[in-house]
Design a protein around this ligand. Structure first.
Ligand SMILES: C[S@@+](CC[C@H](N)C(=O)[O-])C[C@H]1O[C@@H](n2cnc3c(N)ncnc32)[C@H](O)[C@@H]1O
Length: 337
């Protein structure tokens, strides 16, 4: 059945690009400065490449490795306050899936994602979006899932999914000719988010779709918009401190609202955007609990709160008596000319 996608293209038109065009994306190549491989298949050669790439970026240490290099995991860990390898990261990814997957999937479906599509999922984090895309594109499609830390996504790395370590703000795109490029809650954390956005646009085929979804905490900065008691005040104080930590790491807390303009400036057509945020939900409480436990030491070290405040807040969250919200997530999409 031919179904008309939101931007006027039908599914049939969208999948008319020969699969061969993306062949190099899904095959392991000889290593060149433009190619990398994923954690699942990483080799000494790849490690050497990534170290030399770190030197190119001017980030090397005396050992010749980027100063953010993690030998054990072969991932980069900087620039992102919330390390994917910590146990709480899995809880956070599950909460993101519960809270935001329905919105994301609605957009991806409306953009026409379907059989045979070649997709790049940027900053994939967990497995829910990648698994959904894998089902949509089927055996004739491809889903390239990249992240600076692939520890949570690696288990999804079987056809049609390929997992690669890749820094979207510092490296060339890992392929070209994609029908769809998607990033959710990623660019806000990337120091060179302008380069990242241009890289994502560059990777699209003409007519390919970009969907960028990012938070705009400055639009709605409160964890408890209904601040009616001391529990909610404490919650909002901790949230404010957490946001300050993110901003000090280079996060742009007003990024979401800029997306439509940035997509147009990057040359995309038919740009539209909307926003979603839950005002109260058990998943918001799960997300808050995991986040605060994950950044507890940083909050204390930055003088935002003491351990007692944090314990009290975590108990308040666990009691289920507060209405906890998130920042709005702005979804912006467009089509490459
Ligand atoms: C808040 S999580 C969102 C994960 C997932 N996209 C989701 O919506 O559930 C941000 C993800 O972006 C990744 N990330 C941060 N900086 C990145 C970069 N420069 N390049 C690629 N991924 C990056 C993190 O490792 C993490 O997995």
């Amino acid at each position: 059945m031919r179904r008309r996608a939101r931007d006027g293209y039908t599914d049939d038109q969208a999948v008319a690009v020969p699969p061969a065009r993306l062949g190099h994306v899904v095959e392991v190549q000889p290593y060149t400065p433009q190619t990398i491989v994923g954690t699942a298949t990483i080799t000494a050669q790849a490690l050497i490449f990534r170290m030399s790439e770190g030197r190119r970026a001017g980030a090397s240490t005396a050992s010749g490795k980027p100063d953010n290099w993690d030998d054990r995991r072969m991932t980069r860990t900087d620039g992102h306050l919330l390390d994917n390898r910590q146990a709480e990261a899995a809880e956070r990814f599950e909460a993101f899936a519960t809270l935001f997957d329905p919105t994301t999937f609605r957009h991806l479906q409306a953009l026409g994602a379907g059989p045979g599509w070649r997709c790049w999922e940027v900053g994939a984090g967990g497995t829910s979006v990648v698994s959904w895309l894998a089902k949509r594109v089927g055996p004739t499609g491809r889903v390239l899932a990249t992240d600076i830390d692939t520890s949570r996504i690696a288990p999804a790395g079987r056809p049609p999914v390929e997992v690669r370590v890749h820094d979207v703000g510092a490296e060339d795109p890992p392929g070209e000719g994609f029908d769809l490029v998607h990033a959710r809650l990623v660019l806000v954390h990337v120091p060179d988010r302008e380069r990242a956005l241009h890289s994502m646009v560059k990777a699209l085929r003409p007519g390919g779709r970009l969907l960028v979804e990012d938070a705009d905490p400055a639009l709605q900065p409160l964890l408890c918009p209904d601040e009616h008691g001391p529990e909610q005040q404490l919650a909002n104080r901790l949230r404010h401190g957490f946001r300050q930590l993110l901003a000090r790491r280079g996060a742009d807390l007003s990024y979401g609202r800029r997306l439509p303009r940035l997509l147009r400036e990057a040359g995309l057509r038919h740009v539209e955007a909307d926003a979603y945020f839950p005002v109260t939900s058990p998943a918001c409480a799960a997300l808050e609990s995991a986040t605060v436990r994950q950044v507890r030491d940083q909050l204390v070290a930055a003088g935002v709160a003491g351990h007692e405040d944090i314990d009290r807040h975590l108990a308040n969250v666990a009691s289920g008596g507060m209405d906890l919200a998130t920042a709005p997530m702005i979804s912006a999409w467009g089509r490459k000319a």
